[in-house]
Design a protein around this ligand. Structure first.
Ligand SMILES: [Zn+2]
Length: 248
């Protein structure tokens, strides 16, 4: 995996689609969403299928009835001939997740909403992206991503303290689920480390290493998804890890 290469753009085995695993995708913005067939690398599309299945499972299991049925995905494109992951058909820009009764609306900046429920649900979707896609770039990462979440599969999805994107995400999770009060600056310092440990003690995640194991990181993201879709604090224990949960 890597989106680097000798040429600027092109795909090895392109897949055309206007739905992901049966869920329609719509291109544009709230004023002009339109069903449109787009292209991506086939192996990348397969990851989108895994992603959407996990999204359906967690929102349906932990969310209210308004999140029980996923209706469509809003986006602003996948393949485009330029350098990097979009130019390899290995990136996708998501700006809305629409369920039967509610949405996570990246386009309108739900990450910065005054409503904590909206921020938590945004983080749940963000976490689902991070299970499958590194890099995931969200509204906390930089100004360019305040109206969509970018996902690509450039590298292995494990947590990295040196990554601004990963660190800002962890800081936002600590703040929104455990009242950490961190500055979301993407720098993993002492306060972030302590808040991360406190969060994990509180919601019962421990015993394996999200910094070296994809399975362990996916499981950490599951905690964020379960609490996010349920709109629960870390101390309101609602998710028990089948992978690395332990008594502590
Ligand atoms: Zn992008």
């Amino acid at each position: 995996m890597s989106c680097s290469g000798s040429t600027t753009c092109g795909m090895v085995n392109p897949k055309s689609f206007d739905a992901i695993d049966g869920t329609p995708i719509k291109y544009g913005s709230p004023e002009d969403y339109v069903r449109k067939t787009i292209k991506a690398e086939r192996s990348f599309y397969a990851k989108l299928v895994d992603w959407i299945r996990t999204l359906r499972t967690f929102s349906g299991t932990y969310g209210p009835t308004t999140l029980r049925e996923l209706r469509w995905i809003g986006h602003v494109g996948a393949y485009v001939c330029k350098d990097g992951c979009h130019g390899r058909g290995r990136a996708f820009d998501i700006n809305r997740i629409q369920w039967i009764g509610e949405a996570v609306d990246m386009y309108s900046g739900d990450h910065a909403s005054s409503d904590r429920t909206r921020r938590r649900r945004y983080l749940a979707v963000d976490a689902c992206c991070r299970r499958y896609f590194k890099y995931t770039l969200d509204g906390w990462y930089n100004a360019q991503h305040t109206n969509h979440i970018h996902v690509d599969d450039h590298t292995v999805p494990i947590l990295d303290r040196g990554s601004v994107s990963d660190t800002a995400f962890v800081q936002a999770v600590c703040n929104n689920f455990n009242g950490a009060g961190l500055r979301v600056d993407g720098v993993w310092g002492t306060a972030t480390q302590e808040a991360f440990q406190e969060l994990n003690r509180t919601w019962g995640y421990g015993g394996c290493d999200p910094f070296s194991s994809e399975v362990a990181y996916a499981e950490w993201c599951n905690f964020v998804m379960a609490h996010g879709f349920a709109d629960r604090s870390a101390s309101d224990v609602g998710y028990r890890s089948g992978v690395c949960w332990r008594w502590s």
